[in-house]
Design a binder for this molecule. Sequence first.
Ligand SMILES: *Cc1c(COP(=O)(O)O)cnc(C)c1O
Length: 386
Amino acid sequence: MKGVFPLNKFKETETPFYYYDTGLLRKTLRSINIEAGKHDGFFVHYAIKANANPKILNIICQAGLGADCVSGGEIQAAIDSGFSPDKIVFAGVGKSDKEINLGLDKNIFCFNVESIPELSIINELAAHKGKTARVAFRINPNVGAHTHANITTGLAENKFGIAMDDMEDVIGIASSMKNVKFVGLHFHIGSQILDMGDFASLCNRINDLQNRLETHRIKVENINAGGGLGIDYTHPNKVPIPDFKAYFDTYARLLKQRKGQKIHFELGRSVVGQCGSLISKVLYVKHGSVKQFAIIDAGMTDLIRPALYQAYHKIENISSDKTVQTYDVVGPICESSDVFAKAIDLNECNRGDIIAIRSAGAYGETMASQYNCRPLPKGYISEELQ
Ligand SMILES: *Cc1c(COP(=O)(O)O)cnc(C)c1O
């Protein structure tokens, strides 16, 4: 089964480009709102870094989600697309003074702080402005997610967060500072997680920590569980919408939510991943001595995930029904790692055929580069190519 696309429009549009099915995006957002809405105090932010295309941000903002930002540029992009600052959270191990000042000027909801030196600087910069910054502490819960090593973030060896054992001390330091206010705890264990057991482990860690903090009479208003829910890269047509019910129900069942406490989530990939495809044309079919190559006009500059994480994306020749053959699908960039897939089956490829690289809505367009002096890929929403 192949995806359904406006093939004739694709043929007259300069390739490569990203194509976003906004119908699917809206259905996905509806599912998030329904499933999260079943639980009191659950609030979902969208992790801007997954896809910051303004047309996409606008749709997500209209669905009522907040924004999770990891840079000043993302805070600005969120505000420009209509996100209210009181729904913006700001994480990152290396926030610059300029970025912190932007967050203070815009009165964002919360800084997710990752170290004590960072806390001191936020306190200092807030004092200069005569403001109080709301802060949550990002905790490294030492939970391993069963995902690729480069996208695991919650292990003791990773650079993110503050060790769980140091929490009482850190909260004590914060309460001695005049210009920061402790408002919650923040966690994020990794990405592309499909095993609900990993989120269950996180819930257990959060419960342990809350119990411990309560023995010190520390009350936590907000728990931010981060993001990380994965998508089905193998079956984008069969499973276009992730299992948000199982995800939110896991937290509702296992996380011991205190009275009046808010539980925040920061979903990125699961919101936008399946609605995007990278559309490309076949430039040449080259018959090597042992294999044949489909050389396409998209490269690792447009979609770096296969080169960076050995990530799998389903690839379809959407303009051919000819018999299936085996190809290595490669881009034009001068790097051996510029390979989208090896030895995959595609309907026979000829010059000019349209190739769809599926499930590319997250960490695709946002990670594009201009290496080899290539232009950045354009992004079109379905309304633009009808
Ligand atoms: C990247 C990131 C997310 C989103 O992760 P997904 O796997 O795309 O859901 C959430 N929170 C933080 C702090 C992040 O860095």
